[in-house]
Design a protein around this ligand. Sequence first.
Ligand SMILES: [Zn+2]
Length: 586
Amino acid sequence: MRYDQNLLDDIRSANSIVDVIGEYVPLKRSGANYTAPCPFHNETKPSFLVSPRLQIFKCFGCGKGGNIFTFLMEYEKITFTEAVKKLADRVGIKLPAYKEQSKEDKSLYNSLYGIYESVLRYYQNNLTAKDNDGLAYLKSRNVSDEDITTFKLGLALKTQAGLHAHLIKKGFSKEVLTKCGLFTRSNGNLRDKFFERIMFPVYSSDGKVIAFGSRIYKEDDDRGAKYLNSPETPIFQKRKHLYGLYQTKDSIIKNDSALLVEGNIDLIALWHHGFTNVVASLGTALTEEQVKLLSRYTKNIYILYDSDSAGKEAAARAINIFITRSVFPKFIILPPNTDPDDFLEENSAGALRDYIDDAKTFYNFIFEIRHAEKNLDNKRKALNDVITFLGVIENPVQKELYVQECANLFGVSETNIFRSLQALKKKSWKPKNPLNLHVDPYHEEKDIIKLILSYPEQCADYFDDIEVDYFTHPLIRKLFKLFKTEENSDILAEKGAHLLDYFDPEDADFISDLLFNELPFSRNNFEKMLTGLQIRKLNVDLVALNEYIIKHPDNEEKILEKKAIMHKINQLKKDFKGGTVKKLLS
Ligand SMILES: [Zn+2]
């Protein structure tokens, strides 16, 4: 948690969720709740609910849910910190500097932010102080003064001692210098890691410099690493950030689309030519976190990687990550072996616009890069890839539409594609425990935790008997742990919105869904469901025990333990025949 719990509570109680959301969408009273057409998906019938009692919202159409903070984050595409600030401002609460870290951590974090800010200015001064070959290089690549200012480009000088001297002069301790990732050690001395390079600062979403990308700029520079990023530090985890997003996010929101490129120079070239809705992956394979981050701003993503084989393969590898998040990017294929920067050097912005208009859906992209039209073998391989991707699509309508198109494209029947999808499903189907038989493997766990949330007093008697391991879903486990350890678990449940503070904003949909519960409480049914989970847990223990016994057949103790567990399972099954237990074990 970033802010003090009391402060968040103050902000929350001063801002009624009905008032806040009512400023964005027309809310109508409906029983204990308020409803409206959902602002997050297109609909005519209102399935968006706001609960004044729980201080949360939930859309039963698209699944979005959360408290006032998450609402603002989603609606205005801002970070948690920004949402807290906005709501505090709305009611005139003054925010202290945040205090999520321990004192020691905090001073390390602050020192690192301080160093990077100082380094940024140092590099910037190097580039703009006087005419230099770094600036000349950028000019030769059509990077304008405005581009340099917007992206705060800088220059690491030829010497390997300049930055070090600068930071010592600024008063940073040696300890922090060793942790900032910008130095290498040689004979016990720290030497600048980056020299004779153009420096590209990487920003966090709240505008702090947290890392640098770099590239060499001299024709005759034969150092192996053309591009080099600063390493991960406590303030920078590469997989969570996108280069340029801080500067381009407004444009991405305004256009409701984003161009995703590989390199920082590509990004600046696109920006220079008016394509301001652009971000760059940080030189590595695209990660789930980056996709999650970008799709917060838009779902219309155009992948514009280099059109060499490495770039095409990297784009193909990204497909799965996007589809898993129900985002269907388009792919732009430039002429062979060009990158966006080269392309714009030789062609007009209008020419690139044509390529963007001609962007391909993933199956067309795979068809083209695998040269499926050339021979049957290529076609078969391409289709195999495409079927794997189709298998990941969750929405059945979307899936069917794509299957139709793929059938046309590859000249095979839809039936056969569906058959292949079935076969794929069977192949990946590995029963681990009885719950895998259900469509939603967490169905029972969800019901139990919903009951605990809605009827904490009735359920409290059982807490001592329920083990955290009964639950397999990580968020449900975490929720249950909270209930088991918090003294006033009823207060915890009473304030639904409060509970969300214990979780990441991304988890708000899931948690709010659990909070909106329609299930009635019955002791008998609750006990049955618990027994089901208990049996499942014992079965998991049994499997582990069996594996152990196979390797150590002489261990009497384990054999007895196995017998005891089997006996226990049988007993439990006998006690509660039918109902949920039967469903769980079928
Ligand atoms: Zn919705």
